[in-house]
Design a binder for this molecule. Structure first.
Ligand code: TRP
Ligand code: SF4
Length: 439
């Protein structure tokens, strides 16, 4: 199995995906996070990579950031809202937020001009995002093509990978245009740039995404590590140590490492420049991450980036209202944030549910909320109270509530949301300048 970030394949078996790609389960954090929002409590966010470092920052009240990006094309639907819900949650916990308009990707992958991408971004996405409650004190929105540090970082990151890796991750062909081929490196730079000096230096960063973006996340983590000067690890012979990856300044760097290791209280040190190694025989595996992070400072002093590996959270995709995949190109499958509220009501009323074939059957056997697109609306977006949700669940299961009544309720929630949202959009339009930062 291979994940193609530009295809429209739908994923079903999330547990299998997790195992196959080495994504960790998010479950341990569901109860540990402070005031977790709906999608964290309900298993919608099902997996992560490297979230432990972000969680540590949350616990210790250290600075961290949340970063995401979007390709400006087509209208935004409820599925897109999930990412912004996460951005808002992490900013409420103290994160700075970075949102990139992926205009280079729009050009490379979809042939949308930079000018057109800017128009779409301003008219729909940015307005919607602001209306969804972004905090202007914490959040900046930028364009890939206009932020020089991102473009520079895309180039230096290109040095840390090669054609073989790129082709095996993305399956590029001889005829693939070079802008598309280069666009993952711009995304790598999107994700890493909050750690540049200019944006406050190294820090944990979390990227909320759907699993389709996992290839980009893996590439980014590989490249972040490849930029590092040091490999802090247990060597094949079982000895913990720090191994210098650069070909220059090896002796100086090892001396600096030795100093840090002594400060941290290690005593059994063997500095062997010809192996480019400092062995630390009294270190244990669990000491290494701390040491690694101390060495970020050394690395920066010598002109390195000192990136901390970015983390990602993975969310499930909503099913379409018709039971097929939710898609911007099929209006009947999705509720768009700019839908006319009355039209949206009709879509909900026409949607596919988990109800029985007849009223009689549904009263007798109950409905199946786990496969119902209406129930999904409640879970992901419209019923915040867990008690109310479980009440709906048991009424459905017990055949006490029929789909007609249930859809009426969902439709009224959707309609109310959209009426209010239209209002918020009008206010958001006046505030765009508070958020968009070109450099
Ligand atoms: N590739 C992403 C998409 O197709 C958009 C994107 C660009 C992005 N840069 C990003 C997502 C950085 C997360 C982080 O939706
Ligand atoms: Fe879905 Fe509601 Fe019908 Fe249950 S009663 S199957 S939740 S629409």
């Amino acid at each position: 199995m291979k994940i193609d970030p530009w295809s429209s394949a739908q994923f079903q078996d999330y547990a299998r995906l997790r195992d196959e790609f080495g994504i960790e389960s998010f479950e341990p954090y569901e109860s540990k996070l402070p005031k977790p929002g709906r999608i964290f409590r309900r298993g919608v966010v099902f997996g992560h990579r490297g979230f432990e470092r972000v969680f540590e920052a949350i616990e210790k009240n250290e600075k961290f950031a949340v970063m995401t990006g979007f390709v400006p094309s087509g209208p935004m639907h409820l599925g897109h809202k999930m990412v912004i819900d996460q951005v808002n949650y992490f900013t409420s916990l103290g994160a700075d937020a970075y949102i990139g308009v992926a205009d280079i990707e729009a050009l490379g992958a979809r042939g949308i001009s930079l000018k057109r991408a800017e128009e779409i971004a301003l008219e729909y996405y940015i307005t919607n995002y602001i209306a969804l409650g972004l905090d202007s004190k914490k959040c900046q929105i930028y364009f890939q093509s206009k932020r020089k540090p991102v473009l520079d970082l895309a180039y230096t990151s290109a040095h840390e990978t090669n054609w073989n890796e790129m082709r095996s991750i993305y399956g590029f062909e001889d005829s693939t245009n070079m802008c598309k081929i280069f666009s993952p490196l711009v995304q790598v730079a999107d994700i890493l740039h909050p750690q540049l000096e200019k944006y406050g230096g190294p820090k944990p960063v979390v990227v909320p995404v759907g699993v389709d973006q996992d290839p980009h996340i893996r590439l980014t983590r590989n490249i972040a590590f490849s930029h590092r000067f040091f490999n802090v690890t247990v060597a094949k012979d079982g000895r913990p140590g720090v191994f210098v990856k650069t070909d220059y300044l090896v002796e100086e760097l090892l001396k600096e490492v030795e100093k840090v290791a002594r400060e941290m209280g290690f005593k059994k040190l063997k500095n062997i420049p010809s192996y480019k190694a400092l062995y630390i025989d009294d270190a244990k595996g669990e000491d290494l991450p701390k040491l690694d992070e101390r060495l970020v400072e050394v690395e920066r002093k010598y002109g390195g980036y000192g990136f901390i590996l970015p983390a990602a959270t993975y969310h499930r995709f909503m099913t379409g209202l018709t039971g097929e995949k939710m898609s911007s190109s099929k209006p009947e499958t999705a509720i768009f944030l700019t839908d006319n509220p009355k039209e949206a009501r009709k879509k909900v009323m026409a949607s596919k549910t988990g109800g029985g074939v007849s009223v009689e059957e549904q009263r007798r056997l109950g409905g199946k909320p786990e496969i119902c697109s209406v129930y999904e609306l409640y879970v992901y977006h419209f019923v915040d109270s867990d008690e109310e949700l479980s009440e709906i669940y048991s009424k459905c299961k017990g055949g006490k509530m029929l789909c007609g009544e249930c859809k009426q309720y969902a439709a009224s929630l959707v309609e109310k949301f959209l009426v209010e949202f239209a209002q918020k959009r009008e206010e958001a339009k006046k505030r765009i300048d508070e958020f968009v930062k070109y450099d």
